[in-house]
Design a protein around this ligand. Structure first.
Ligand code: 5GP
Ligand code: MG
Length: 178
């Protein structure tokens, strides 16, 4: 494992993203929807840095099998009512952007007042959609990262930093519990 963004730097990035969000909405009540499971850590840290009227909900997407993309599934059953609300979607990473693009499209059907997006990480040069996230803490190179919510076969999400898996890590089966 190689550390890409250490714990202190991650926190600085989340804090400055929180400031930008606060400056954008001022005191307009906001509904944050975290995209499970990868957003759990950034969601928990970000909301505690937002001193403003806030509701928090989640939806779930899954698209990865190991490090390979699979078919995207979105489960909105966990979502709170967002009609006429200003919505901010929070996810761990914007890679091709398909996940964020599809989530925004889907949430549009619930007739929110507005929808924006915030991500911890943006992978450089991978975008395949005609949008960028409205808020992003870090741009990173095109490497498979784990930690701070991001997983490899559901492991490593609890690491307090963002790291890059090295060939040895990928070779071993890290699926837990074993
Ligand atoms: P996109 O749809 O933008 O290509 O991918 C977004 C989703 O894929 C993220 O929410 C995340 O779950 C997963 N993903 C993309 N890149 C990485 C990565 O480098 N590491 C991990 N662990 N997940 C990734
Ligand atoms: Mg995800």
């Amino acid at each position: 494992m190689r550390v890409l963004i250490d714990e202190a730097t991650v926190h600085e990035g989340v804090a400055s993203m929180a400031n930008e969000i606060r400056e954008t909405y001022v005191d307009t009540p906001l509904t944050i929807i975290g995209v499970l499971t990868g957003s759990v850590v950034v969601l928990a840290d970000l909301i505690r840095k937002l001193d403003m009227p806030l509701r928090v909900g989640v939806l779930q997407t899954s698209s990865y099998d190991g490090t390979q993309r699979g078919k995207l599934k979105i489960n909105v059953d966990l979502m709170l009512d967002i009609r006429n609300r200003h919505v901010l979607i929070v996810d761990d990473i914007f890679d091709t952007g398909h996940t964020m693009h599809e989530v925004i499209e889907l949430l549009g059907e619930f007739e929110p007042a507005s929808v924006r997006s915030a991500v911890l990480l943006v992978k450089t040069g991978k975008k395949e959609v005609a949008m960028d996230p409205d808020f992003a803490a870090f741009d990173i190179p095109d490497e498979f990262v784990v930690g701070y919510g991001l997983d490899y076969n559901d492991a490593y999400r609890h690491l307090p930093f963002v790291g890059v898996l090295e060939p040895d890590d990928l070779a071993e089966d890290r699926k837990w519990p074993d």
